[in-house]
Design a protein around this ligand. Structure first.
Ligand code: NAG
Ligand code: NAG
Ligand code: NAG
Length: 339
């Protein structure tokens, strides 16, 4: 009797330990994934999806922002877009001053008025946004003024056919930490090395875990660019290896005020810059390998992306300020089959 009790107690103890272990593992997975908030935005019933990509725009309509916005509205209607992606530098020159900053209405709500653009705007922060009150720009309270606004540092949009991973790239860039001419709002991203380490780890876990047919990553800074700022060396070093190892199809960014498409000779990943939402025509184009640079346009415009479930095809189109098609390109899921 005493023996049996001891055995039972031992088993109960073992079970408890196992449960504790399982609980520990589950809760640690939950905490590692917790930082990347997920938004579910299912594709259309026929499995297709389309969206626009625009960056570097918030200038109260000036520098052709309003004209680009109008053309986005027309293309958005034609493609029946599901949402808009903003690649950052949403409010010039120095982000938002606070939640009540009129720039939010003057550069966003009153500019992108077309019916087709009344969809969620999934947005990241750019370096100019970091010069203002980042907590304000990230605040869900802005949705009280305009319910389209969804801005986070890093997050995931799951459409089932594709998963979009938004990455906060500004804290990667060394130059901003030694920039004596501007101040940056680093609240929430310090200590820097811990922040970047955790972000890369969370992204890697989420990419590995992804069931989406397509994997797109969105950031403000370019990995590959022939524009004024050029390649971002920190992203090439720390972010690109993770994208390559996890079969990311496309990386989309702004920062350089132009439109660009680069492919890569050593991986199927495509690099797309859409940072031409307002001020453009910088005039300095870097020398780039013609094997990799598929398209470069120095002026204003935006990009659309369409996915069809059956054709396994992604269609990328770049438009200028008047809505003219500048570059039309399709990409199938097979590796290295860009054309
Ligand atoms: C705005 O676009 C027009 C073409 O429609 C162009 O002539 C003009 O230079 C652009 N303005 C700016 C500030 O880029
Ligand atoms: C780019 O650089 C290569 C090698 O230095 C040179 O041969 C080529 O002419 C340059 N192209 C342009 C457009 O400047
Ligand atoms: C892009 O090219 C495809 C395939 O040729 C065509 O079906 C589509 O209409 C083109 N899109 C635009 C906006 O020109």
């Amino acid at each position: 009797m005493v023996l049996t009790m001891a055995v039972v107690q031992e088993r109960t103890l073992a079970l408890c330990l196992n449960l504790m272990l399982v609980f520990f593992i589950v809760s640690s997975i939950a905490t590692t994934l917790a930082d990347l908030q997920r938004f579910d935005h299912p594709a259309k019933d026929d499995g297709s999806l389309s969206f626009l990509v625009v960056g570097d725009w918030g200038r109260r309509g000036f520098y052709n922002q309003s004209i680009v916005a109008r053309e986005m509205g027309k293309v958005g209607e034609k493609l029946d877009i599901d949402f808009v992606v903003s690649t950052g530098d949403n409010f010039y020159e120095d982000g938002l001053k606070g939640i009540g900053d009129p720039a939010f209405e003057e550069s966003f709500t009153k500019i992108y008025t077309a019916k087709s653009l009344q969809k969620p705007w999934y947005s990241v922060l750019g370096n100019h946004d970091y010069r203002g009150d980042t907590e304000a720009q990230l605040s869900p309270h802005l949705r009280n003024f305009d319910s389209r606004w969804i801005c986070r540092r890093s997050f995931i949009v799951n459409t089932e056919i594709a998963e979009l991973f938004f990455v906060d790239t500004t804290p990667f860039v060394d130059d901003y930490y030694t920039d004596k001419d501007h101040s940056y709002d680093w609240r929430g991203v310090t200590p820097r090395s811990d922040y970047l380490h955790n972000l890369l780890k969370d992204l890697e876990i989420a990419l590995k875990d992804s069931n989406g047919k397509w994997k797109f990553v969105v950031g403000h800074h370019a990995i590959r660019s022939a524009g004024h700022h050029g390649d971002t060396i920190e992203l090439k070093k720390y972010l690109l290896p993770i994208l390559r190892a996890n079969n990311v199809d496309m990386y989309m960014n702004g920062h350089d005020h132009c439109l660009e498409h680069f492919s890569s000779l050593d991986s199927p990943i495509q690099f797309l810059t859409s940072g031409a939402g307002s001020k453009a025509w910088r005039g300095d184009i870097k020398n780039a390998s013609q094997n990799e640079m598929k398209f470069f346009y120095d002026g204003q415009g935006f990009m659309s992306l369409q996915l069809t479930n059956s054709a396994e095809l992604a269609q990328i189109v770049f438009y200028d300020v008047s809505g003219n098609v500048l570059h039309n390109w399709s990409f199938s899921k097979l590796p290295f089959s860009s054309f």
